[in-house]
Design a protein around this ligand. Structure first.
Ligand code: AMP
Length: 456
């Protein structure tokens, strides 16, 4: 009996625990350890991240910013909190974002505010509220967005978007120009090669009204085969049926009528122009007749950049034309516009495997100043200041003994250690140790910055 308990019952459990311990993430192991000690660790909110290395993040923002400014876009910032009504009116009550995913902040003063789920509506609100007169208003912004979605790879509850808008331009060529600029960003500046641009054309208001009826008739003819969700979408937001992931529904939608076959004369011409311009600008694209995008404000051109490397959440940039949004948020007249939003986290996922080949900024060489005893701390701080004034990167070490400080200097990759002991202090000198060769040179403190800069 004991034998049985030990080998059949006990050992497999121990083995399981041991193998779990070796394969679990550091984070999970910390959690178990903390719990075993009775310490309740406060964890970040589900679907959010701590960004402890901003190299890739900053690289993306910097590359996009430089390119957008070259195209004469101006950076702007709008608040992270907005009136809930802004998104209800613009994105649409029936969209997933508004009906299920908004972080609405309870308030006591009757005003309903929320964390912004996207930035286009905010930018359009800013355009109207600030009475911007010069159009096209070409602006971009970047920052955190919030959606209460089910977290998975590439889908988070707090994520970052770079959002760019051209407000007040009805020229359909503007759409092609914007798409070509984004394509240049992804292919040339971020060096992606495995991605695709998918485009579609949703027509004008009248086209969509007509098409919704045509689509409705088709859906009625296959209603018994539709999933429950699509039956609801058919009644509430019919075009969104195309976003359904259920394979049987997808099969049915490949045979459904397509909107580009139901465009008016002007829209047919514009749809043709977009394609011709993309070809002229050497932008490769595929037409996806089921691409409708999740938000209600889109019309005419819609597009998405997708990558197979991202898994289920494969879109890393999406956008399109929104000709009525300005009046939807309270502007007096329609201002036809076009814009796009780029998912920064998804770009980071795509960049991670390419990291070694990217021209990421090199950290400047670091010098550390080491006071041997507390009596030398003042002069060490002054020397540290002088190095920084001379444009160098320097850190004064103030914790631990000499041995610990040298070990720390090694660990943080210091190029030189500038050591000040009793003798150096008395002589107004400093011993400079080359951390690679180990060579030590004593120089006057006033000469230290020059020595470090010239390497001799
Ligand atoms: P949307 O505003 O929904 O058109 O999304 C534009 C881009 O933002 C998408 O193509 C994604 O790259 C990114 N994105 C949207 N939702 C999320 C999310 N929950 N987590 C991470 N990225 C997202």
């Amino acid at each position: 009996m004991i034998y049985q308990f030990f080998y059949i019952d006990f050992f497999p459990k121990v083995n399981y625990l041991l193998s779990w311990w070796h394969t679990a993430s550091l984070e999970a192991r910390f959690l178990v350890w903390y719990k075993s000690k009775g310490i309740l660790m406060i964890q970040r909110v589900k679907g959010t991240h701590d960004y402890l290395d901003l190299t890739l993040f900053n690289f993306i923002i910097e590359r996009a910013t430089v390119l957008f400014k070259q195209h004469h876009f101006t950076p702007i910032m709008t608040p992270i909190v907005e009136p809930t009504e802004l998104f209800v009116r613009s994105l649409g009550q029936q969209t997933d974002v508004v009906s299920k995913e908004m972080y609405v902040i309870p308030s006591t003063d009757g005003e309903s505010i929320c964390l912004r789920p996207e930035a286009t509506a905010s930018t359009v609100r800013a355009f109207v509220e600030n009475g911007i007169q010069h159009v096209p208003w070409k602006v971009f912004t970047w920052g955190p967005m919030f959606r209460h979605e089910k977290p998975q790879k590439g889908r988070y509850r707090q994520f970052h978007q770079i959002s760019l808008e051209v407000i007040g331009s009805s020229a359909i060529a503007q759409d092609a120009q914007l798409i070509a600029m984004l394509d240049y960003l992804f292919s040339q500046l971020l060096t992606f090669d495995a991605y695709a641009l998918q485009i579609n054309f949703l027509g004008c208001h009248d086209d969509r009204a007509r098409f919704k009826e045509t689509l409705g008739s088709y859906l009625d003819s296959v209603i018994d085969k539709l999933c429950d969700n699509c039956k609801v979408r058919k009644e509430k937001n019919i075009m969104r049926v195309f976003d359904c992931k259920v394979p049987t529904c997808q099969g049915l939608y490949t045979k459904a009528p397509v909107i580009t076959d139901h465009l008016c004369v002007t829209c047919t011409e514009e749809w043709k122009t977009v394609q011709e311009l993309l070809e002229a600008l050497s932008v490769a694209y595929t037409i996806r007749p089921q691409l409708v995008r999740g938000l209600d404000y889109y019309n005419k051109t819609v597009f998405e950049f997708v990558s197979g490397a991202l898994g289920a959440q494969n879109a890393f940039c999406g956008g399109g034309r929104y000709d009525q949004l300005v009046t939807m948020v309270g502007g007096k007249e329609d201002r036809p516009s076009v814009g796009a939003a780029i998912g920064v986290e998804r770009l980071m996922l795509m960049l991670e495997p390419l990291k070694d080949k990217l021209p990421l900024p090199q950290l400047p060489a670091l010098q550390v100043v080491i006071p041997v005893a507390p009596a030398q701390q003042t002069v060490a701080l002054l020397l540290g200041q002088e190095l920084i004034n001379q444009g160098l990167c320097a850190e004064v070490l103030l914790d631990g003994g000499m041995k610990q400080m040298m070990r720390h200097a090694n660990r943080i990759g210091a190029k030189y250690a500038l050591i000040i002991g009793d003798t150096e202090q008395a002589e107004r000198a400093v011993t400079i140790k080359n951390m690679v060769t180990g060579q030590e040179t004593k120089v006057q403190q006033t000469e230290a910055a020059k020595f470090v800069k010239n390497g001799s």
